[in-house]
Design a binder for this molecule. Structure first.
Ligand code: MN
Ligand code: MN
Length: 474
């Protein structure tokens, strides 16, 4: 077209949505500010206390039990809500709705596990006069981030006589911590500096410094190892062989912290995905008499591909649905479970990568999430060519957009980085297997999978709002 025939040219609208998007902080009313801070404090307390997937499950169970949730296997009437747990980790929650569960549940799934270092079943040894522990990677962590920093050990030891012992060190004030040593720069040329990053930090070098004082007046060679075993036995009643049936996890020591001169952000370990767990439980407990029945599941093993009996690859969602049907007097038959799940809608609640201003080139500007700009609705994950992705259908995306917009949720439509930068996945495809409509949604965070992940207080607050809107939807 030209100006003569069609009137003056209209200047094209700015197409970059980031130009127009305001941070949530600009939308928060004065009356809501205290609520944002209160929620952040509660969330940081949760992050500080829940350092393992087992404790995440324990604390959540304690909280919902206080609110009147009952064991779905216990046979008692479910009024407020019910729970189902598997192997002390995987936890499912149910809140009855006004509608028939055969029409489907509103479901939020998140994961309570996080990248960490486990100890190997046989881990104690002595070298150069020091007691050491051999670790094993769990999940996708950047190994160099775990060297030369204070670590705490959180252990769950199952003894042959059936007793359980909790071994914890490094979190209480006055506790000593553990650490993994790094080589000094003066001598790192051949062992690290001249190597590719992927080769410079072999997993087998992540050995944990455990002790240095030998047994008094000991003549044997392994007097330091012996001294460590004595401490384990005297303090926790654990013998070396008991470590074979223990879950010993090394995590960054210390509490979650406020970050920034303005204290607007939260720094802490395992916000992937305990942020989503915290929000989902908060949002679920806010629902008193929802229209549709609700389910929430806190999975384990997501960081290693969801395998195992406590992961999303297991059939737990079917057993949870069956228990929920039974709890409201419906026939929990195989067919009914399948019908109920196929009619269900889910949010796969997982954190998303926020744009890091220092590494902007890995993101597609138009489809990336900004910290403090609300939860990210991620239509598909996977890697190049949508490989391994569980893509949400157009109709389901429309439904979620409508729900969020009607509830005045500030949210972003994002994808995980540029197409050929890498990739990743969530548990979404394992929900889709049952015919469940599912989309990934969670706040963007910085330094994901590091010992100190960063979220925005505003995003945490907005994420609860988004999840409440989803749970409450008809
Ligand atoms: Mn995650
Ligand atoms: Mn992760």
């Amino acid at each position: 077209m030209n100006e003569k025939e069609n009137g003056p040219e209209v200047e094209a609208e700015v197409t970059d949505p980031k130009e127009k998007k305001k941070p949530i902080w600009e939308h928060i009313k004065d009356s809501e500010k205290a609520e944002v801070e209160e929620l952040a404090t509660e969330y940081m307390d949760f992050l500080t206390k829940a350092k393992t997937e087992r404790v995440v499950s324990d604390l959540t169970l304690e909280k919902v039990s206080q609110c009147g949730f009952v064991d779905l296997k216990g046979g008692s009437a479910v009024k407020r809500g019910g729970w189902l747990r598997h192997h002390g980790k995987l936890l499912g929650l149910f809140v009855p709705g006004k509608e028939d569960p055969l029409n489907g549940f509103n479901l939020i799934v998140a994961h309570g596990d996080a990248p960490r270092l486990d100890l190997k079943p046989k881990c104690v040894y002595e070298d150069s006069g020091l007691g050491l522990l051999k670790s094993n990677l769990y999940g996708g962590l950047k190994k160099f981030q775990w060297l030369a920093r204070p670590l705490a050990i959180w252990g769950f030891c199952a003894l042959k006589d059936g007793r359980h012992v909790e071994l914890r060190l490094g979190e209480e004030p006055g506790d000593p911590v553990l650490t993994i040593t790094d080589i000094l720069p003066h001598l790192d040329r051949k062992v690290q500096r001249e190597k590719r990053l992927a080769d410079a930090f072999p997993a087998e070098r992540l050995n944990v410094l455990a002790n240095s004082k030998p047994l008094p007046k000991a003549k044997e060679k392994s007097a330091v190892k012996g001294a460590l075993l004595k401490i384990l036995e005297n303090r926790w009643g654990i013998k070396e062989d008991d470590l074979i049936s223990s879950e010993l996890e090394l995590v960054p020591a210390g509490p979650a912290r406020e970050v920034g001169f303005d204290a607007s952000m939260i720094g802490g370990y395992a916000q992937d995905d305990r942020l989503s767990v915290f929000c989902a439980v908060k949002a679920l407990l806010a629902q008193k008499k929802p229209r549709r029945p609700l389910l929430a599941v806190i999975y384990d093993r997501e960081e290693i591909g969801s395998y195992g009996s406590t992961g999303a690859e297991s059939n737990f969602i079917m057993r949870l649905a069956a228990a929920a049907l039974g709890a409201v007097g419906k026939d929990p038959s195989w067919n009914n479970v399948q019908v109920a799940l196929a009619g269900s809608r889910a949010i796969s609640a997982d954190v998303e990568a926020a744009v890091d201003p220092t590494f902007k080139e890995v993101h597609d500007d138009l489809n990336s999430g900004l910290l403090g700009h609300g939860p990210c609705l991620v239509r598909y994950t996977g890697s190049a060519g949508k490989y391994g992705a569980s893509e949400a259908g157009a109709e389901y995306m429309a439904l979620i957009r409508r729900l969020f917009d009607e509830a005045s949720v500030i949210w972003q439509s994002t994808l995980l980085g540029k197409q050929e930068e890498g990739g990743g996945g969530t548990v979404a495809h394992l929900m889709a297997y049952h015919g469940i409509s599912v989309v990934d949604c969670g706040p963007p965070i910085l330094s994901m999978h590091s010992p100190f992940e960063i979220s925005s207080k505003a995003d945490v607050w907005m994420n609860v709002k988004a999840q409440k809107a989803f749970f409450a939807s008809a």
